[in-house]
Design a protein around this ligand. Sequence first.
Ligand code: SAM
Length: 291
Amino acid sequence: TSSRSASDRPLSVGRLVLVATPIGNLGDLAPRAVEALAGADVIVCEDTRRTRTLLMHAGVRGPRRIVANEHTEAATAAHVAELLAGGATVAVVTDAGTPGISDPGERLVRAAIDGQHDVTVVPGPSAALAALAGSGLPTDRFVMEGFLPRRGADRRERLAEIAQEWRTTVLFEAPHRLARTLADLAAACGHERPVVLARELTKLHEEWWRGTLGGALAHVEVQEPRGEYVVVLGGAPTPEPPTTADVVAALEARLTAGVDRKTAVSEVAQELGVPKRAVYDAALRLYPARS
Ligand code: SAM
């Protein structure tokens, strides 16, 4: 950890480089990504064939490839730890986008950090951020949910959380499950909740559909979902902040019921989420003579 001194570091410091790759348009492969791939001793990838195509496009030959997918990442992390301990530079790519984001990567990073090796990132395409950025929904605060659990209590609980979430939520979904997921989201969040379907980003048939969950359900009924989708969901409407009239009404109800002023002020502050001072001032204006 960072509390260890530099002298505790292993003799050979390896380097793990997470390299973002295009999400559908090879033109998005950054020059620095190519450099990182060409300079790696080993490339960890999800699918050797997909990565071979990418490397051929980039004109990169050579680095040995090892596979990390959702089934093998734990075992691969142990192997990568050994390579790093030998001083290797290991690049990590996935089939598309940024490693570690609903993709293998997190365990490899953890293993590198545990071994006190260097970790760095060549940033680039990410379907989640691209969809959020172009959605037109609030981007100042957002939540990345990735794929919902497929079924059962896990799915129900996650949907209930998303229904309450007031920040913009980003979800991934496979085309054959999109209609079901939109139906479940509409049942949980209401048909009026704003949603954007960002389809086939950066590809020939890129498409943005913007509307409500109810409208999206009708849309996918008419047009069978094909290709890759990110679902960007507007947040739950935040309740209006209480007005002075709300504070006065809540106070009056308590005071006329015989609650003493101090207790009434605390209760109203707690209930309406306003500072005690503001409630106290309202109480003074209401009954200046009472103690
Ligand atoms: N790590 C990747 C990233 O940063 O973009 C995401 C990997 S996740 C396994 C794959 C999901 O991302 C797809 O199921 C889809 O929801 C979304 N996705 C990937 N490429 C996309 C594209 N070009 N357009 C829309 N969604 C895409």
